[in-house]
Design a protein. Structure first.
Length: 547
């Protein structure tokens, strides 16, 4: 028999002393420990409206569509609109693309928005605060701000200079992309919450209007409706139209004056929409003249793809030098080192019957002329981190401020401004929620997820597209919306797959019950990191023991 000294020199964990083996706290050997954490999904991070996309996809994949809709409505009051017109940066950031294809986020959002309209779901307003806020502009930014301000309990009046609410959603996005019954329904819901919309009313002096209406604060969300001109020598009688005017006349059922061979000058989204409208109204194939090359066009890629599918002809690296009768002289360009087009001195003629300029729009800032403490730089209003201008109580967002001019950005600005206006009226400070680290693709184990191809939305065939203004992209139904939502990999957030529980060699993980996730028993966790290595979604992180 060996002496006791030899036995006691062995690790305590393998002695035969009564009670020692099972009760030994092996966690004392650890140099790193695992922690559960919630990382920020890349889709959430990329969303300009600040939607908790992963959360509402989670409700949708369980078939609880109303809960999913209500989660969207925490951030965005126009889901059926956004499910049609958003340029979906969330999908561009989706980690699922590394496995097969990105989750069809906006197609599910569109479905949920349609459900909200179909079943008449509503959102309650907050307790009355006695405060009254003026909003200028009934576009996406103004509607978003008004919606959130009503949820806080404030009275809201929107002043809109045009005969219908919707802003650029109505005046620059044709019906084949955004059916008006969907837009009208979501605006009506906001009005039913008590938001008053005053149409055909131009606010010419914001300070005077605030004083006259006894408003406690104002949010300015004037859209970019003023077209930019260009001095092109024109000889003859070829009509020269503005793209934004063409789309407005189309909405008002006025003659657009599009006929024959239409030539569109511009490379943005408005140019694409004018060209696609021309195919429907004239029966001819329009030509779009674009200064930049295909990869550097201002229009979003899917907009260009849709236009090309509808037989719109793009002439990239071209500029218009002059118009003489039906002859349009183009100068060929080449892309310089920085991508900027450079003239070549080489020319080519094309023929046309109508020239449409779609070179971008500016914002009319005349309502701020009486506000010397508001700073205007390069045609935009400068605001601080709380969306407030240099004048206390006057906030601004959307096209008016330096930012990307998109519908989603405007909706996000409206929400952010509403939160800061609410804090301003309560004499408080709005503290943004802490943002977690992003759940990048390298933190995931995508091999745990089954292959599941993206659900393709149905589209109209080319002939029906070119002969009417019916919506060209169809929606999902309950069965495939559920499937598409389930393609979400829950990046960065535990979905209780039990992998960590199953692989732990020390049984150092406790299941807390459905919806409550897990916890570590650190007394017994040796820090082997198997749980972190095998977590599919990157919801476990190893940290040094001394933190």
């Amino acid at each position: 028999m060996r002496p006791d000294s030899i036995l006691q020199s062995k690790p305590f964990a393998i002695t035969l002393d009564v009670g020692s083996s099972l009760l030994n706290k092996t966690g004392t050997w650890r140099t790193e420990r695992p922690v559960y954490l919630d990382r920020l999904p890349p889709c959430n991070h990329a969303c300009p409206a600040g939607e908790n996309i992963q959360a509402w996809l989670g409700y949708a994949e369980e078939g609880d569509y109303e809960a999913a809709w209500r989660q969207i409505m925490e951030d965005n009051p126009l889901p059926t609109v956004m499910g049609r017109v958003c340029y979906h940066p969330c999908e561009g950031a989706c980690n699922r693309a590394a496995l097969d294809e990105a989750v069809g986020i906006i197609s599910v959002e569109r479905f949920l928005g349609n459900q909200g309209i179909k079943y008449g779901w509503t959102v309650p307003v907050g307790e009355p605060t006695g405060k009254h806020v003026m909003v200028v502009g009934a576009g996406p930014g103004g509607l978003s701000a008004a919606y959130h301000l009503r949820r806080f309990g404030h009275e809201v009046t929107i002043f809109e200079s045009t005969p219908k609410a919707g802003g650029m959603l109505r005046w620059s996005i044709p019906k084949y992309r955004l059916p008006r019954e969907k837009l009208n329904a979501e605006i009506a819901r906001i009005e039913e919450m008590g938001v008053k919309i005053v149409l055909d009313t131009m606010v010419e002096d914001v300070q005077s209007s605030m004083k006259e209406g006894q408003f406690d604060a104002a949010f300015l969300a004037v859209g970019a409706h003023s077209p930019r001109g260009l001095d092109i020598p024109v000889t003859g009688e070829m009509p020269v139209l503005e793209g934004i005017t063409v789309l407005r006349d189309l909405e008002l059922d006025k003659p657009t004056h599009l006929r024959g061979q239409v030539v569109v000058y511009g490379g943005g989204n408005t140019a694409m929409d004018v060209a696609r409208t021309a195919t429907r109204l004239t029966g001819f194939k329009p030509k779009v003249i674009v200064r930049r090359d295909r990869d550097r066009m201002a229009a979003h890629e899917f907009e260009v793809d849709e236009a090309l599918f509808e037989k719109v002809e793009l002439l990239n690296l071209r500029t218009i030098k002059q118009v003489d009768g039906r002859s349009v002289t183009l100068e060929k360009m080449v892309a310089g080192e920085n991508g900027r087009p450079q003239a070549t001195g080489q020319y080519e003629p094309i023929e046309g019957d109508v020239l449409v300029l779609a070179l971008g729009q500016d914002v009319d800032l005349g309502l701020l002329e009486g506000c010397p403490d508001v700073t205007i730089s390069q045609g935009t209003v400068l605001v601080d981190s709380e969306m407030m201008t240099g004048h206390p109580g006057i906030f601004a967002g959307g096209d008016m401020v330096p930012s990307e001019r998109t519908v989603t950005t405007a909706i996000g600005h409206g929400k952010k401004a509403a939160r800061n206006i609410d804090a301003y009226l309560r004499e408080e400070t709005c503290v943004p929620a802490e943002k977690h680290e992003i759940a990048t693709e390298d933190l995931l184990n995508t091999w745990y997820y089954s292959d599941a191809d993206r659900t393709v939305q149905p589209t109209l065939e080319i002939i029906r597209r070119q002969t009417g203004f019916a919506e060209v992209v169809g929606g999902l139904d309950e069965s495939n919306a559920l499937f598409e939502a389930r393609r979400c990999m829950s990046c960065g957030n535990c979905f209780e797959c039990d992998n960590c529980y199953g692989v732990c060699p020390d049984n150092a993980i406790t299941k807390l019950g459905p919806g409550k996730r897990f916890e570590f028993k650190y007394d017994y966790c040796k820090g082997c990191a198997m749980c972190a290595a095998e977590c599919p979604c990157g919801a476990i992180k190893m940290v040094p023991e001394d933190i």
